[in-house]
Design a protein around this ligand. Structure first.
Ligand code: NAD
Ligand code: DAU
Length: 341
């Protein structure tokens, strides 16, 4: 198999590339990434001598680049991770979310259609379902839960999903979609909750918890997300949506307290700050479809996975420090100049 992984210099895409190299060592992978602020080529440096891996710098909204790439290689599948992914950024600047997440996805779909790629997999999010009330623990998102978005980010991801489904219905483009809950693990950009809190705790700085910290997220280890995508690619039915989740709901404040305990830091570091506008209350995934149809079973227990993740950030201090001090941009700029590796 030859895969095109878009957004592979980001958090989940890079973990997916490492997952795939480990579990499918004979397959070839091309990573297409625009190296935006959230992309970090450094994460992929260990793959430079891997003859099954190639990096291409480029934007999924660039039709010529995408079409030239698809014309030149015979891909068996495209897995689209490329996106603007941070909700807070979508509140301060929505336009790039529409450009990348909606137009970019549509450009890839046009390419899939033109070059008859056998599979397009869209990596989507549980945020397309909106949120659930805090006082109804019996409710969880199912694949047939209506789309009901809150932020410009989730609206852009939902729009992309609708386009993916429309291209399947109208043009018979062979697609699948997975919708996953909050991921944690190595290589997450230090703008998201867990790496932000690790960074602040290690520096003995205030930990900024939005509102009262009562919002609930359903956490999954990034490797378990990759496993779910693997199963969908291997056995998923064309045209279908599959939820992926880890059955791990926890309120933000309880997660932050757990993290402080692991790091042996005092809870007095917690600082309640102004809430996120439109802040989704609770996410919870019903993953029974992927479990019963594809035999999906997450492998990581949350407490052990969280501890391993915290240890990873402690041991890989340089990786995230180079992001915080901006040094990571130097290598990104060099790669942009070269175009591909
Ligand atoms: P990320 O922000 O860490 O990485 C995104 C990557 O996409 C970066 O490498 C960036 O350079 C690249 N990119 C951005 N715009 C691009 C463009 N126009 N062309 C090519 N590359 C571009 O994101 P992530 O957290 O790894 O999320 C990956 C995907 O998974 C996203 O589609 C996101 O919606 C989805 N998702 C994320 C989570 C989560 O918890 N992080 C959960 C469910 C779904
Ligand atoms: O559910 C899947 C989604 O999870 C993905 O689609 C998104 O790409 C990903 O960013 C994530 O979205 P969230 O908004 O849930 O993640 P974030 O890490 O930004 O925030 C998690 C929770 O923590 C949320 O309730 C807001 C809160 N928070 C976040 C930050 C960054 C804080 O309280 N303080 C913070 O500093």
């Amino acid at each position: 198999m030859k895969l095109l992984v878009t957004g592979g210099a980001g958090f989940i895409g890079s973990n997916f590339i490492y997952y795939w190299r480990k579990h499918h060592p004979k397959d070839d992978i091309v990573c297409l990434d625009a190296l935006t602020y959230a992309g970090n080529y450094r994460t992929l440096v260990p793959l430079e001598d891997d003859t099954h891996f190639r990096f291409v710098y480029g934007d999924i909204t660039d039709k010529k680049l995408v079409f030239d790439l698809l014309a030149g290689e015979k891909f068996d599948a495209i897995i689209n991770f490329a996106a603007e992914s941070h909700v807070d950024n979508s509140i301060t600047g929505p336009q790039i979310f529409v450009t990348t997440n909606v137009i970019g996805t549509q450009m890839l779909l046009d390419g899939v259609r033109e070059f008859k790629i056998p599979r397009f997999h869209q990596v989507s999010t549980d945020e397309v379902y909106g949120d659930l009330p805090l006082d109804r623990p019996d409710l969880a998102f199912r694949e047939d839960t209506p789309i009901h978005t809150s932020s410009p980010y989730s609206a852009s991801k939902a729009s992309a999903d609708l386009l993916v489904l429309a291209y399947h219905r109208t043009f018979q483009v062979p697609i699948t979609i997975s919708r996953c809950s909050n991921n944690y693990g190595p290589y997450q950009f230090p703008e998201k909750l867990i790496p932000v809190m690790i960074n602040k705790a290690l520096g003995n700085e205030p930990l900024p918890v939005y509102g009262q910290g009562l919002n609930v997220r359903d956490w999954i280890h990034v490797d378990d997300h990759c496993l779910g995508i693997d199963l969908v690619l291997e056995k998923g039915r064309i045209g279908e949506v599959y939820n992926i989740g880890g059955h791990n709901e926890i309120a933000n404040i309880d997660l932050v307290k757990k993290l402080l305990k692991h790091l042996d830091k005092p809870e007095s570091l917690i600082s309640f700050v102004t809430d996120r506008p439109g802040h989704d209350l609770r996410y919870a995934i019903d993953a029974s479809k992927i479990e019963s149809e594809l035999g999906y079973k997450p492998k990581h227990h949350f407490d052990a996975g969280l501890k391993a993740t915290i240890d990873w950030y402690v041991e890989n201090y340089d990786w995230w420090q180079s992001i915080l001090n901006g040094e990571y941009k130097e290598l990104n700029e060099k790669i942009k100049g070269e175009g591909s590796r």
